[in-house]
Design a protein around this ligand. Structure first.
Ligand SMILES: [Zn+2]
Length: 49
């Protein structure tokens, strides 16, 4: 599993939820997508973050 660098977040592709935990959640608390739906994004890439 990849780890976040500074200023990166886990981003849920289906719903846009983000978290700065070291690893993505097992399931998204918003849309219940599994952790493999999470990708790493730099927080500057996320509109309105
Ligand atoms: Zn989600």
């Amino acid at each position: 599993m990849e780890k976040l660098k500074k200023d990166e977040v886990w981003y849920c592709v289906p719903c846009g939820y983000t978290t700065k935990e070291e690893q993505p959640p097992m399931t998204c608390p918003i849309c219940y997508a599994s952790s493999d739906q999470f990708v790493i994004k730099h927080q500057d890439e996320i509109t309105g973050y």
